[in-house]
Design a protein around this ligand. Structure first.
Ligand code: HSE
Length: 425
């Protein structure tokens, strides 16, 4: 059984797919009995292909010619971005071609439209590589955990952010010191704002929330907070009280509503996600039947991402001419819970003048808003230097904490806006 693959885009992921197919097609054939062949590559920049022996492979600068090529069964869209990727995918699906993509932004923005086109044409749209690179989390949710109600998913889904936060924690560096190094390592988006402002994680969060609950999720309704305001001070205080700082995607079902949010989060050292360092990704899934499962690996990079793309191609190829399996459908339109209504614990760092009654006033304001304090640390400072008070709350509704902080920050003994970080609980 043979499957001919067309690759649109020979950038980082595309070149990884080309390399994998040229190098490991025999590995695939030995393991699965299917022959997966690189048939056509299209990129506007032929220079990207100069290092590959593409004998017998059609090479063009025309994605539409690739899509129309009768020799291509599976189209891999690996250019990323919204357009022209959306048009290419729709054309391929409407041409009866299966599509494999790593395009998380496009899926998060146009998932229902692309899915409908795949269903209408009886072909597959697969996107394992779009979330957490090489980690088979889409397969796990769609197949391995099919018998489960999913209670919650907690994901470290952005290698750039996890790399920056890890180096801040391990080496005591500041955010700006590490950002350029993360970019130089090649797994950041261009520009890296999509990573550090949390939007790349939000795209993946949207895909996971849709999959977990078969629901349409409006990307713009996902609460997103990146890591640009995280200071070395907070990373250090977090470590001191037994936590690691991670940019988490949180997906949960609570009382018929969906929580889908992205923000810096304190993760206790004894939680498995706390051990996920540098550019690695991990996804922790809590379900009713299987209980907790954890998936770990490289979320970015040429070959790890290519591994997931080729795995999707192989799955399609193994099916041969059999009908496409039941497609994913957006059968619900569950409401997204407002961030203010979400419950959890909170880390607060207050910067205050150090004189009698300050702590009492802070505690009294928190109490008035129904916020209960679980622990409190004040670092001794030299006379005249503002003090840092680190508070951990018990479980509470976010809006109560936000209201309390607004009142606290209005007091004349507060020197700097209070830092609030959510805690995984
Ligand atoms: N920029 C992403 C990251 C690449 O840093 O994880 C994979 O989506």
């Amino acid at each position: 059984m043979a499957c001919n693959v067309g690759v649109i885009g020979a950038g980082t992921v595309g070149s990884g797919v080309i390399e994998t197919l040229l190098k490991n097609s025999q590995v695939v054939a030995d393991k699965t009995g299917v022959e997966v062949r690189l048939a056509h590559v299209a990129d506007l920049n032929p220079d990207l292909l100069k290092d590959y022996d593409l004998t017998g492979v059609t090479v063009s600068n025309d994605a539409k010619a690739l899509i129309a090529d009768p020799n291509v069964n599976v189209v891999c869209e690996l250019i990323g971005g919204y357009e022209p990727a959306r048009t290419f995918i729709l054309e391929a699906l409407n041409n009866g071609k299966h599509v494999v993509t790593a395009n998380k932004m496009l899926l998060a923005m146009a998932g229902p439209e692309l899915t409908e086109a795949a269903i209408k044409n009886g072909v597959e749209l697969r996107y394992e590589a779009a979330v957490a690179g090489t980690i088979p989390i889409i397969k796990a949710i769609r197949e391995s955990l099919a018998a489960n109600n999913i209670h919650a998913v907690y994901g470290i889904l952005n290698g750039t952010c996890n790399y920056i936060l890890t180096r801040m924690a391990v080496e005591g560096l500041q955010f700006d010191d590490v950002l350029q190094q993360a970019v130089d390592l090649g797994f950041a988006e261009t520009p890296p704002d999509l990573d550090i402002e949390g939007h790349d994680t939000a795209h993946k969060c949207q895909i996971l929330a849709s999959l977990c609950y078969s629901t349409k999720v409006n990307l713009d309704d996902i609460y997103v907070e990146g890591i640009t305001k995280i200071t070395g001070l907070d990373v250090a205080y977090a470590a001191e009280i037994g936590y690691q700082l991670k940019l988490l995607a949180v997906v949960r079902r609570v009382n018929g509503e969906i929580e889908a949010r992205v923000h810096p989060t304190l993760v206790a050292n004894d939680h498995l996600l706390a051990a996920v360092k540098y550019e690695f990704n991990a996804v922790y899934v809590e379900t009713d039947i299987a209980d907790a499962t954890l998936y770990y690996g490289r979320g970015a990079g040429k070959l790890p991402t290519a591994s997931a793309v080729v795995a999707d191609v192989v799955d399609i190829a193994r099916r041969g001419d059999a009908p496409a399996p039941a497609p994913f459908r957006y059968t619900h339109e569950l409401p997204l819970r407002d961030i203010g209504l979400c419950e959890g614990r909170f880390y607060l760092r207050l910067t205050t003048e150090d004189h009698p009654g300050v702590l009492g006033s802070i505690c009294s304001i928190l109490g008035k808003h129904g916020v209960s304090i679980a622990s409190c640390i004040q670092k001794e400072e030299q006379a005249g230097v503002p003090a840092h008070v680190i508070l951990m709350t018990h479980d509470t509704q976010e809006s109560s904490v936000v209201d309390a902080i607004a009142e606290i920050d209005n007091q004349n003994f507060i020197d700097e806006a209070t830092h609030m970080i959510r805690v995984l609980s």
